[in-house]
Design a protein around this ligand. Structure first.
Ligand code: AMP
Ligand code: MG
Length: 483
């Protein structure tokens, strides 16, 4: 049988200092729990290309697929503001698979064993956390938001010791690459300018092939990533996604959502929402995501100064000028997005207060973010959900007048709203219930949820009432990192 994998290893051309050669740790009893058929086909890796038992061995790292050349990548990062040398402590990159249509994607085994970067960690991952990453990353992808993907979750038959004994598992992660802001921090601190120059060039070629390097590749890269991160964060804000751990090592240079740990979707609209158990100061709260992205980009800029100008003072000035454009660029993209959520197809000066007033109203009533926008599609629904609310009534009149003033009428508005407002997001209580059952061996609720998140804009089956969250649930809901 011929192998469906077509591996290349361009990242390794950057030099030995960028990674450690390391084979994954073989599993004891590899068993495929979830396999993403549609993604596999899309990547040119059809499930019947390899016998089933062999898939389990490939996907768990128990045998190496032909052509792979496993490595753990070196990186550093600012975690909650503090600098640390990190690296893949529990993930092994098999290589870059070239899809039949010529795309280059990393295939990585998360939970695949220790490396020289493991520090005190065991190199392993729990089944529960890997199923969670599979579910949420696929949700983000289907919401139309750039994301790493999940090809499979495979149990290893090895125990993982956390607050209790867990079943061990490996997530087969597909990414445009695993180059992070933290990769640049590593090179800046541990290597030299030649290595940094190579990394800038490599990243531009791999992720921004359409942007000419120009006379200043350092500045070009900073600007290119800023544009992608602005779009990414605006998408997160659109659907109420809270990444939860936006450390610089968790910011992809390709602009994809990466490293799904304590992430979750916000239900009641509260800008300060934080679910992560370790984020005690709310550094990565919903509303802090834009300024944190800017902060992370400033860290990137700090690593790129020698690439921007030989004179440090000039380099800082040029980087600062670019970084200072972040808030304005963000606000403009965010306003456009919020207008689309309200079915407004053009932009007018008064829209800022129209949006702000709705958000303040939602906050004061603890209204559900997703449900509120869905209800706006149905005449009278929001008023019915909030009877005798004069503040809401006044706002609805303003919104209605604003819509009448735009070309295209209601149908065009509805079309816009249906394309940006999800009808279904994986509610926290549903996620936890599905994971509880999956850990007991019943995958039906998880598969049902996966079916729903695959069509999050589909109004045909969903009703607003489907999205009701048990009262008080989120007040004590906590998510955990790296488990
Ligand atoms: P994360 O919080 O998942 O982004 O991980 C932060 C860092 O900790 C990365 O360098 C990971 O590779 C490392 N890490 C997380 N969990 C483990 C583990 N169980 N064993 C070894 N390293 C780990
Ligand atoms: Mg990480």
């Amino acid at each position: 049988m011929t192998s469906p994998f077509r591996f290349e290893h361009s990242y390794q051309s950057l030099g030995d200092a960028f990674f450690e050669r390391r084979d994954p740790e073989p599993a004891k009893h590899p068993h495929v729990v979830l396999f993403n058929q549609a993604l596999a086909e899309n990547l040119g890796l059809p499930s019947d290309a390899v016998p089933e038992e062999e898939w389990a061995k490939y996907l768990s790292g128990s045998i190496l697929p032909p052509g792979s050349s496993p490595i753990a990548q070196a990186y550093a990062g600012h975690q909650f503001g503090g600098f640390t040398i990190l690296g893949d402590g529990r993930a092994i990159l098999l290589g870059e698979h070239i899809t039949p249509d010529g795309r280059r994607v990393d295939i990585q085994l998360k939970g695949g064993g220790i490396s020289r970067y493991s520090r005190r960690g065991d190199g392993r991952a729990t089944l529960r956390a890997m199923l969670r990453e599979y579910l949420i990353s696929e949700t983000i992808h289907h919401l139309g938001i750039p994301s790493t993907r999940s090809l499979a979750v495979t149990t290893t038959g090895l125990p993982v010791y956390r607050e209790r004994v867990h079943e061990g598992a490996v997530l087969t992660r597909i990414a445009a690459s695993h180059i992070r802001v933290g990769t640049f921090e590593y090179v800046k601190h541990m290597l030299d300018d030649t290595a940094l120059h190579k990394l800038v060039s490599y990243t531009l070629h791999r992720h921004y092939p359409d942007i000419p390097e120009g006379p200043n590749p350092g500045l070009t890269l900073l600007d290119a990533l800023m544009e992608r991160q602005l779009d990414l964060i605006v998408h997160w804000m659109r659907v109420g996604f809270i990444h939860g751990v936006m450390n610089t090592d968790n910011m992809s240079m390709a602009g994809e959502t990466i490293d799904y740990g304590p992430c979750a979707f916000m239900n009641a609209y509260r800008p300060g929402t934080v679910f992560s158990s370790i984020d005690t100061h709310g550094r990565y709260a919903y509303a802090n995501q834009p300024p944190v992205a800017q902060w992370n980009l400033a860290v990137l800029a700090g690593t790129l100064l020698t690439q921007i100008d030989p004179k440090e003072e000039t380099a800082i000035k040029r980087a600062q000028l670019l970084l200072n454009s972040f808030p304005e660029r963000y606000l403009s993209k965010w306003q456009r997005m919020m207008n689309a959520k309200l079915g407004l197809t053009d932009l007018r000066p008064e829209d800022r207060s129209l949006v702000d007033d709705l958000l303040s109203w939602m906050e004061s009533r603890s209204a559900d973010y997703t449900q509120t926008f869905l209800a706006l599609e149905l005449d009278g629904k929001l008023s019915e959900m909030h009877p005798e609310d004069t503040q809401l009534q006044e706002w609805l009149v303003r919104w209605s007048n604003r819509m009448e003033a735009q070309p295209g009428g209601k149908e065009v508005s509805l079309e816009s709203m249906r394309s940006v407002n999800p009808a279904f997001i994986p509610r926290n209580h549903l996620v936890e219930q599905a994971l509880d059952q999956a850990e007991k061996g019943d995958l039906d609720p998880l598969n049902a949820l996966l079916g729903k998140v695959a069509n999050p804009y589909d109004r045909s089956w969903s009703t607003i009432d489907d999205t009701i969250v048990p009262p008080g649930h989120d007040d004590k809901y906590q998510t955990f990192c790296g488990t």
